[in-house]
Design a protein. Sequence first.
Length: 395
Amino acid sequence: MTCPKCGPADGILDIGYDFDRVRTAWKAKPSAARPLNHWRYEELLPLAPAAVRHDWPVGWTPVLDASRLAKHLGLRQILLKDEGRNPTASFKDRASSVGVAHALQVGAKTIACASTGNAASSLAGHAALAGLPAFIFVPATAPEPKVAQLQVFGATVFAVKASYDAAYDLCSKACGEFGWYNRNCAINPVLVEGKKTAGLEVAEQSANFGGIPDWVAVSVGDGCTIAGIWKGLKQMRELGVIDRLPRLLAAQAEHVKPIDYALQHGKLPPISEGKTIADSIDVHVPRNWRKAVNAIREADGVVVTASDDAILDAMRLAGRHGMFAEPAAAASLAAVISAIGSKTIKPTDRVLVMITGSGLKDTKNAIRAGGQPIGVEASIEAVAAQVEKLNAKRL
Ligand SMILES: *Cc1c(COP(=O)(O)O)cnc(C)c1O
């Protein structure tokens, strides 16, 4: 999984393809004959044909053209790709499905990962589909809905009394010790290929919305997601599906922004004490920072940070336009709003925002963003009194 020359700290491998063969296979099977899920890209996945699991549909998530939101933000177009509609309600299913299929292909008997929560619940779900035992390391602070998914899917869960970064190291050690298949994207290049399918889809789906957008915005933790999306977009250009590439907007949290530092300094910063409510990107030691930085550089991209308050505002705003996003997913919208303010994004630009996880993944922060309902007695008079109050407020 890692380069024998550079060592595990720096040398994460990348999977290459014989593109002549891919091109022939891609052209041989028309789009309409392909399933409307991420297995439609089977020639661009590192799996044997018999290992592809058409019975586990993932991806081909809807893209919503949020025209009211675009008007509100003063943008030509804003597209929201709803990754919350994946089987376990986050983007991570793209990677887990491919990882578990690969684990079966190589005859693994157990699979493990460390995660802030979504990779874990997604791995647990796919391991359950495969009937494969899963060992999962999450920080003890992971949001309860994500932990609930893990428990119901029947994974063995270690709630590590430390940060995600420490849980990651512990998982790597355990995989070495017990011979478990390591599903961590940051070390296993097979997983990034799964994440890549989001970029492949953006290339195909954007044809329905005026062509490839000027910007693709995505929040960044370990950096595998943004690197994967970029790889997918580039492969679609190589296949001739698109003729140009978008710029990337990498969203990070105001106080957890190691990728921002790495982009400027070419190395990771000392670990900070910073925190964010966006648990999925609360990553201080991004394991795939080189791939992320390379992608952002190649894409003439930018890193934009979002404060917790801006993230809660963005959750509310997305909700008012029909999109329920978890904090890390809303962080990308918050970053877009900030980039419009700083004129990095121009009013004439078309922007696609990856909504990487559902709001149901973190109900505590959803309630913080949305507020509490109005308690009433079960009488029409009680409702009338409240309606009167609301009308008075509006005046
Ligand atoms: C994992 C995750 C991210 C970030 O992906 P990385 O590969 O860690 O950069 C963003 N949003 C959500 C909801 C996630 O679960």
